[in-house]
Design a protein around this ligand. Sequence first.
Ligand code: ZN
Length: 257
Amino acid sequence: MIATQQIAGNNSGPFLRQPKIVVMHSTRSGQVNFSDSQELGATLNWFINPEGASSHWVLSELERVRVVKDTLIAWHSTYLNGRSWGVEMTQPTIDRPFTDGHYANAALIGQNYVSLGVAPVWLDYWDGDDGSGFVAHEDTIQGRQAGKSDPGPKFDRARFISSLNPEEEEDMKLKFIQAPEGPEWATNGTIKMGVTSPQIKTDLVNLGLAEGAGLAHDPFPVAQEFADWLIDIAAASGGGTSTGFPDFEIIGTAKAK
Ligand SMILES: [Zn+2]
């Protein structure tokens, strides 16, 4: 799993059909003196309180918390909940900057939603129609009606979207080489994968998901949570080697306990 923590947050049961929109939020406790981790903790408490709200993910500078499964409806945009996924980023007040950690976590989770069919584009407005992409809560019809201002001007939309759209698309393709079957494939919480893109490998290393040594086109160990995430995606898209994620392909099915 790509999550650094998991909790079972408020939800309304399964989606009738899979969303094509991700609504991006910020948490906005209003507590000026809250640290980032205090903001995260307060948000998670609220998201398990039946009087509260929820989202599919809460991202802080250091954490990616899975709150509601992607198959279930979370409570983030009232009447649009049944048609969208919701991602919250910690931000106590509108003027608190987002950090590199927030952007890295948003990129990883955003790429996950792209792999599930969400268009890697930013929408300036969403009225609940059949479009696809990422949109600010403040720019949904529901958010405007409710006077929402999240995630606000501190969130760099262009930076976020560019993290979903690698510039050199051909170079960014990862190819996974044949991995040996059996338990030796997963050792010390890693599995071996092959890549053709130095940049993707660098990104994975920077996110703490891969080891830095060796050439990018050689197999390299990745964190077990990342390997499990890829394998789960492959299983969800019918098994086999396709992850549905444009840059990844898995060969082999070992999953370490
Ligand atoms: Zn919001």
